[in-house]
Design a binder for this molecule. Structure first.
Ligand SMILES: [Zn+2]
Length: 152
């Protein structure tokens, strides 16, 4: 089992806890999949509670900054994804993927089916300027994960 050649960055635990503490509408998952938690990168099981919050995945002062709606399990969850595989939460959905350079300026963007994610990440990172890729749900616009180039 080998690791992915890049690093998946879900919402950091401290940020997720901050957003849970600030509160938001609570949902109970009534279908699976359908309620993707952006901390553990799993879709909630039917009956699990989630909170809807707003998260800005940028870390610098990018002009592209924007918060998007995301679900989190209402009660803290553990990172559960397998580091050698892209989570089903991503590969099963239509995605918007955006490539950014070190100054968080957008280089490229595309709307793809999730099963194309792996090849799209590789083609974005073929450009040496590309440092991070932001993945969003193409339809509802929720930020899903940020992908970083693995340090050489
Ligand atoms: Zn979760």
């Amino acid at each position: 089992m080998s690791e992915l050649p890049y690093v998946l960055r879900p919402i950091p635990t401290d940020k997720a806890e901050e957003l849970r503490d600030a509160g938001g509408p609570v949902f109970v998952a009534n279908e699976h999949p359908g309620f993707p938690c952006r901390q553990c990168l799993l879709d909630a099981e039917v009956g699990e509670e989630l909170i809807l919050v707003s998260h800005d995945p940028f870390t610098g002062n990018s002009k592209y900054r924007s918060a998007s709606p995301i679900f989190l399990h209402r009660v803290g969850c553990q990172l559960a994804f397998n580091p050698s595989d892209l989570p089903t939460q991503l590969t099963s959905r239509q995605l918007s993927v955006r490539s950014f350079d070190k100054d968080e300026m957008m280089i490229d963007a595309a709307v793809i089916d999730g099963d194309e994610l792996e090849s799209k990440i590789e083609s974005f990172f073929d450009d040496v300027q590309s440092e991070t890729i932001h993945v969003h749900n193409a339809t509802r616009g929720c930020w899903a994960v940020t992908i970083e180039r693995r340090a050489a």
